[in-house]
Design a protein around this ligand. Sequence first.
Ligand SMILES: [Zn+2]
Length: 376
Amino acid sequence: MLRQLIAAPSVSSPDVRFDQSNRAVVELLAEWAEELGFDTRVEPLPGSTDKANLIATRGHGEDGLVLSGHTDTVPYDAERWTSDPFELTERTGKLFGLGTSDMKGFFAAALHAIARFRPEDLARPITLLGTADEESTMDGARALVEAGERLGRYAIIGEPTGLRPIRKHKGVFYVEITVRGRAGHASNPALGVNAIDGLQRVLPALEAWRKAIGARHRDTEFEVPTPTLSFGRVKGGDSPNRICAECTLDVDIRLLPGMERSAVVAELRDAVAEALEGGAWQHDVRATGAHADAFGGPSDEGFQRTVETLCGCSAGTALFGTEAPYLAELGLQTLVLGAGDIAVAHQPDEYVTMEAIERATDVYAGLIQRFCIEPA
Ligand SMILES: [Zn+2]
């Protein structure tokens, strides 16, 4: 299964040069789910023909367990891979391929776990969810929320967590800060307004803001307990002998659960305006592109405890985003739990071990036993 899933490219990217359909992966999953007696629906995303979510359900009722994963992968740099990223390759007990850990391996584990049970033994339904575009826009998860799908009571998202349940994670979004001045001959500063000089004032203001917000918001359950602001990219100017007319700074901001994105953007806007006050610059501060919300965890402590017992470890936190806030919005008690290591995801020579997939299969089977078969 994993070999076939890896061989079906499904890159998603905001950059249209890399973006691909996820249909081939969804169709493979639908075929296997149907063989296991699932009712399957392939739901194209609104306004799209080449992107689709898979919703496959076995059993009936509103209760039950959802096993959820995204069907897309990030783009890749084939040059930096030791072997073909689309050909599952085994070396030293590791299975290499694009999406092995993030997160096509999850589907192989989930389907094998499901196959251990007879349909007639299910007291509550099991749903396999495969979403589109998690790595780019989260449009697949957003479409589920917009459709108001009632999918079940509990959900596991099989992102690579080293099989430790994750109950909270940070949210992430990007902000673009533009400083505009006026070009002029470099020989005389009075002939223009230098945008880079403006940015020089902005940077310490952002550092001060970072310190201040870190003092106001803190959650020691996270490895990095404060919100973060990271300078990611700076662009500007066109020639050393011309006064820089415009430059932009792109920053990555990670918020703790409960923090409001719009309030943070407003604070940054104020900080930048204050830094440039009295100068001749113009500026613009805006959130760009995709974002992922922070996730504050399931409210059902019993669910969390059951999953912790099955995994043999306590739930932790993560610094990366997932579709959990969307599933929570659909009323699902949600945890993130899957085979593989997030450190190898989004990297050349991404891999998962067979042993990790087998362990995940056992854990998912235990969850099905508990949430779909045993008395509630
Ligand atoms: Zn992922």
